[in-house]
Design a binder for this molecule. Sequence first.
Ligand SMILES: NCCCC[C@H](N)C(=O)NCC(=O)O
Length: 480
Amino acid sequence: MTEQIQRKLSESKTARWAVLALVAFTMLCGYFITDMMAPLQDLLQTPVDGGGLGWTANEYGKFTSAYGWFNVFFLMLIFGGMILDKMGVRFTGVMATSIMLVGVFIKWFGVSHDFGGETVSIFGTEWGYPLLVASLGYALFGVGVEIAGITVSKIIVKWFKGKEMALAMGLEMACARIGTGLAIGITPLLSRAFGNSISMPIFIGLILLCIGLISFIVFVVMDKRRDVEDAAAATGEEEAEEPFRFGDILDIITLKGFWYMALLCVLFYSAVFPFLKYAPNLMINKFGIDPEWSGVIPALLPFGNILLTPFFGNLYDRKGKGATIMIIGSVMLIFIHCMFSIPMLNNWIVALCLIILLGIAFSLVPSAMWPSVPKIIPENKLGTAYALIFWVQNWGLMGVPYMIGIVLDKYCITGMVDGKPTYNYMIPMMIFTCFGILALFISLLLKREDRIKGYGLELPNIQKDADIVLAEEMIGEGQR
Ligand SMILES: NCCCC[C@H](N)C(=O)NCC(=O)O
């Protein structure tokens, strides 16, 4: 009886869903801040005397790419993964959320001051101080939100393994997408409400993130209690989890399956998140949408994800077909970006339909991708494995927006209106299409590798885990 009460938290459905709600809320706040500058691109490019910061598309691209600077070049994400496997989810999560907070504060400080119009030369290019300081803040924030992302994945594996794992991951992503949707949809309205302010929406994000930190601290209390309960109820027969060793990185990176997953991740996400950074501007330039409402159609993408990601996650839990789901998502991606690149398809209804389709594709792939990683990598190396995958992905999240900014300024300017350039988005959209084609190729290789190695990507999660539990019980019976 006592044991039953003691083990309650780890087995309580309410507790695990409460844990999910707490950590997913923190991620919602993180994603809100990640994407909130996208609908302000037009304002950021407005000349200073018109109330903007007078950035070029190239400068906007530089700022956006800052997200990955520290993660990619200083290997912060990889260190984050190691810290996660060594120090655990509670320490790492609080650390990551605090880093996010400091980062947003610096970004807010950067855009709120003009620093007397001073500039500085870095690697031969001139940077205005607002751009530089805001980018450094965003780079720090990127470290925090990425480490928080891998931490939350590990939390979900800890609390949901053998249960509704893909559904839980899907729901967590759905919450994150609410953050993205709100960022894209309401930031222009917030900005307008405060007299076309760029700094006020960021300040609001800062306050939201403080609430996100409190939410994570409540999770910390629950998780600690669970560990105490688990330790008290331990019979001593349980297999102790192997601690993480440095050589584990080598074990991970020598797996072909890992590389297929990482490459698919960078290619697929490079065609979605960087696209979203430019989508409001695409709506203005290609579909003639008013800047104030330019975020509305792109915001439908993350809002579509909210329903569909858990739906597909649940489907994967019950029916499997993870590798096939990723192939279908990649095919859809090619079609959608290809249609976006055709200049005469410029009616807003086309934009609406394509964004809805992209929402479906962007629900399919993540709902199968993230729950598939634990099928390839053992749990004690999961933090590091997710970190390595995110590290590879960050090259894309950093490099692609930067490249698109350069391409826009160099090859796509069609004229000037109110001191701002207008763009033809055909070439950027063709670049995104190429990512889709490469993603399709890699997802086919992943499916082949799964057939060869028997990772079980095509098998249902719930069925598979139940079988393992049954097999373990039978072994236990035999030993007794
Ligand atoms: N705009 C947020 C970027 C988060 C990237 C993160 N590494 C990630 O891929 N998370 C999973 C997801 O599907 O959002």
